[in-house]
Every structure is written in C-alpha cells, then in structure tokens.
Design a protein around this ligand. Structure first.
Ligand code: IPM
Ligand code: MG
Length: 366
C-alpha cells in the first residue's frame, strides 16, 4: 500500500507526524513517501504543487494530507498560493467525491456551542461535489463590464456550472452511502434562483428513482444552513455542490464542538483518495505542540476503509480514539473542566498506546 504523505504548512507537519506514528503500529505494511506541498513547497521550489509532489500523489493508493496556507502567502498571485495545491490535487486526481462526516462524540457533547440535547448522538455525512461548480467553472476573470448595473465598469466574474454526469456520479455516491446508514438523503440546492441548481435537483431526483429504498428530500441551501443549527439531527446524508458543501461542512463541523476531531475523504472513481483533517493549517498555533491530531488520525481510519479495504484496522483506530477520549485526555481545543489537558504529541502517543494494547489483547486472546 503506497501512501503519499503531504504534511503541508502550519500545524500540518505536527499532526501528520502523529498520524504516521499510528500507521506504524498497525500490523500492516505501508510504503510511505513524504513530499512538500503548499507554502512549504512554494518556499522550497517556487510552486505550491511541484510536479514531483503531484506525480507522487498520482502513483499512490492514497494521500495523507495535513493542511496548507499561511497569511504570509496572501499577497502572492492566485496560482502560487498554497490553496492551489489542494485544488490542483483534487482536479488532477479527479477527486470528485468529498465525504465530510460531522459526528458528535459523546464525551465532547459540552464542547459544542449548541445545547447538548440538540447535538448528542449527531452523525451527519456531508457529501460535497469537489471538482466542479463555481470553483472550477470557466470562464472566469476580470474585464470591463459589457452590461448589467454598471456597463463599462471594472468587474470580476466566475461561472457556476454542472454537467449531468457530474451530478449523476455524486448522487450515486450519496445514495450508496445512505444505504449503509439510515437510508435518507437530503439534496441541498438553490433551485429557486439558480439554473445550475434546478438542473442539480432534477438530476438527483432522477438518480433517486434507482434507489427506491432511500428517502430523498430537497432543501434550499439557506434553509439547510438554518436547519443545521436548529435541528441538526434531522439530517443523515446531505449531498450538495462544491461551494455550498464548503460552507455547510464548516458549519456542521462546529456543531460537534471541535473541528479538530473531524476527518475527511476525497475520492475518485477508482477509490484512490486524499485524506485530510477538515480543519486548516492554523498558523496561529503552529509549532506550539497544542494542535489536536485526532482529525488526522481519524483520516487514516477513513483511508483504511475507503481506499485500502482494511475496515478492521479502521475500526481499531476509531476504538482507540474513543478509548483515549474516555480516559479524559484533551488537547486545548476540546478541553473542559475535569479533563486532562495534553499536547499534540501526548495525544498521538495515547492513541498509539491504546492501539498497541488492543493489538496485544487481540493476539493474547487468539
Ligand atoms: C476546504 C477548504 C478549501 C476549499 C480551500 C482551502 C481551497 O476551505 O477544503 O473546505 O474551499 O475547498
Ligand atoms: Mg472549506
């Protein structure tokens, strides 16, 4: 199993190091190769996604990605900014299906800004289309406005667009995921205003006919944003476009108390995947050893499940994380009174310890 390790910027290097420690104690053989990406790659090679990094990622069965970005790159031309690395990887590897679970861990119910009864037991899977929509739609650019409210004025524009096959394939991902859960899909659109999202709604409805066992409903994105904070447990699988999914997945992550806990997977048609924490590079706490490595460690678990076909190893990691939380260890982002505050490395070590215990237990009972 070939894994490209791309730690990136900010806390990326610290959290990925802990995830690699976890991978090393699983009784599996990984061939891991590390490369620079994002601002770190720009500093060393003048480009956020150097050819060597891209070809390493393309050849791997899976990519473990940390995070990219830092304020110091904000003034660079857009093609050279760190964010272009992740967008380039998504596009070049065809990673169209982004799975972003929002799970509220029982022990962290008080870390949420919402009332415990609203979020206890929350388990939503947001499926975000990742290679289309206004993120990649051409044409885009700046020009002199040919019409509109201020003809002749300077303007900027982007293009929102989706083809039928793009919508069909992400809809299939959603319905199939729902079949393994509580068989409900909410498709989020803006069909009341946008042609692109009326088409989205029509195509998702059509695909839904092939899944009569799955209940499908449709919701406008503004209402979905409201329902997420009003009654989040009404959702199971949510499927939506690239831009709405970007926004709603950040909102959903915060329902759970800490974005530091949430992994994500970005998959292509051949189950090759990029796995990354849902949070960013957090330059404000970089190098301080306080970042929460659990989202990255849980991303390894998603990698084992979705790209490497090792569901048992995935479950072992998830149980180890739960055991560590149950033991009361907390990084500062999830700390509450009565628990034990630890740093990045101690948290990683604790997961490793829980895993090696479970491996020993397994072998002694056999
Ligand atoms: C995300 C991020 C990215 C996105 C940025 C870094 C380009 O916000 O993965 O959600 O907008 O997709
Ligand atoms: Mg985002």
């Amino acid at each position: 199993m070939k894994i490209a390790i791309l730690p990136g910027d900010g806390i990326g290097t610290e959290i990925v190091a802990e995830a690699v420690k976890v991978m090393n104690v699983l009784d599996l053989k990984f061939e891991m190769e590390t490369a620079l990406v994002g601002g770190a790659a720009y500093d060393a090679h003048g480009h956020p996604l150097p050819d060597a990094t891209l070809s390493l990622a393309k050849q791997a069965d899976a990519v473990l990605f940390g995070a990219v970005g830092d304020w110091k790159y904000d003034t660079l031309d857009r093609p050279l900014r760190p964010e272009q690395a992740i967008l380039g990887l998504r596009k070049n590897l065809g990673l169209f299906a982004n799975l972003r679970p929002a799970i509220c861990y029982q022990q962290l119910v008080d870390a949420s800004s919402l009332k415990p009864e609203l979020i206890a037991g929350l388990d939503i899977l947001i499926i975000r289309e990742l290679t289309g929509d206004i993120y990649f739609g051409q044409p885009r650019g700046r020009r002199t406005s040919p019409d509109g409210n201020f003809p002749g004025a300077q303007e900027a524009f982007d293009t929102m667009r989706y083809t039928r096959p793009e919508i069909e394939r992400i809809a299939h991902v959603a319905f199939q995921a729902a079949r393994k859960r509580s068989k409900r899909v909410t498709s989020v659109d803006k069909a009341n205003v946008l042609e692109t999202f009326q088409f989205w709604k029509d195509v998702v409805t059509e695909v839904g006919l092939q899944y009569p066992d799955v209940e499908l409903d449709h919701m406008y994105v503004d209402n979905a944003a409201m329902q997420l904070v009003k009654a989040p447990k009404r959702f199971d699988v949510m499927v939506t476009g690239n831009m709405f999914g970007d926004i709603l997945s950040d909102e959903a992550s915060m329902l759970t108390g800490s974005i530091g806990m949430l992994p994500s997977a970005s998959l292509n048609a051949s189950s090759q995947g990029l796995y990354e924490p849902s949070h960013g590079s957090a330059p404000d706490i970089a190098g301080k050893g306080v970042a929460n490595p659990l989202a990255t460690i849980l991303s390894v678990s998603m990698m084992l499940r979705y790209s490497l076909n090792q569901p048992q190893a995935a479950e072992r990691i998830e149980s180890a994380v739960k055991a560590v939380l149950a033991s009361g260890l907390r990084t500062p982002d999830i700390y509450s009174q009565g628990t034990t505050k630890v740093g990045t490395r101690e948290m990683g070590d604790a997961v490793v310890a829980a895993l090696t215990q479970s491996i020993t237990k397994k072998t002694t009972t056999v």
